[in-house]
Design a protein around this ligand. Structure first.
Ligand SMILES: Cc1cc2nc3c(=O)[nH]c(=O)nc-3n(C[C@H](O)[C@H](O)[C@H](O)COP(=O)(O)O)c2cc1C
Length: 225
């Protein structure tokens, strides 16, 4: 297969997956994927970021504490900004479209607040994926470090895809950095970037049938002569 087709296949087939089979993922395979993701370029080759696998009692406790904090609306300052404030209308439309695709796939209507909350709560259990990762950043990197780490994250997603595995980044975790540091005994300097769910996709789950769109290439690319 020509290389461009290989990339096309992986990048088209990758999608955020929110329901998994119980089939475990072997740790040597997970290590290999992280190693492959680490081939991502980074400014001055600083290779920022860390992937922490959470298992067993630590995972159960973390998920329970996150759920409790979210239910109690115990908001915390986040370690880094994400969304533009205010959100421009064009971006808001994309946000709404992706939420509609998600809740549409689940048959959850706009008025069904409980249904949406039920789905949102699943973020905190890593969608019950066999692999749960917390991604952190050390050493007070600026925006450039997050850019580097983003490349590694996508590298991990595509490396996983190449092995028939599925993933979902979970930015919702970044809303509780203090709680996560406390539960996992991380240093004060660890910045909580996101969670990642990984495993074999459940092909029967309606939530996995959602598709998101991308804007036309003209929006991302132009030529100035
Ligand atoms: C950094 C990051 C954080 C995300 N956080 C969440 C999240 O908290 N919950 C969720 O269900 N999806 C989350 N997603 C998935 C996005 O909603 C998804 O990537 C987007 O809608 C495009 O869909 P696709 O990944 O299926 O192509 C996140 C994605 C990224 C890259």
């Amino acid at each position: 297969m020509p290389n461009s087709d290989l990339y096309d296949k992986l990048s088209v087939e990758r999608r955020s997956t929110r329901a998994y089979l119980p089939t475990p993922v072997d740790e040597p395979l997970l290590r290999q994927l992280v190693q492959q993701a680490r081939r991502a370029p980074s400014g001055a080759n600083l290779q920022p970021g860390c992937f922490i696998q959470i298992t067993g009692q630590s995972r159960q406790t973390l998920s329970m504490e996150l759920l409790k904090a979210w239910q109690a609306q115990a908001n915390e300052p986040e370690d880094y900004d994400y969304f533009p404030q205010p959100m421009p209308m064009a971006l808001r439309r994309r946000q709404v479209a992706s939420a509609q695709a998600l809740y549409g796939a689940l048959g959850i209507t706009r008025e069904d607040r409980q249904g949406r909350d039920r789905q949102f709560a699943r973020n905190f259990s890593f969608f019950d994926a066999p692999v749960a990762l917390i991604v952190t950043m050390e050493h007070d990197f600026g925006a450039g470090g997050y850019m580097d780490l983003g490349m590694t994250l996508y590298g991990l997603m595509l490396a996983a895809q190449a092995q028939g595995l599925a993933t979902c980044a979970i930015g919702a975790m970044a809303s509780y950095p203090k709680l996560i540091r406390r539960c996992l005994d991380l240093s004060e300097g660890s910045r909580v970037v996101c969670g990642i769910a990984m495993g074999y996709a459940d092909p029967q789950a309606p939530v996995n049938h959602m598709r998101t769109a991308r804007g036309p290439v003209e929006e991302y690319f132009r030529v100035i002569a």
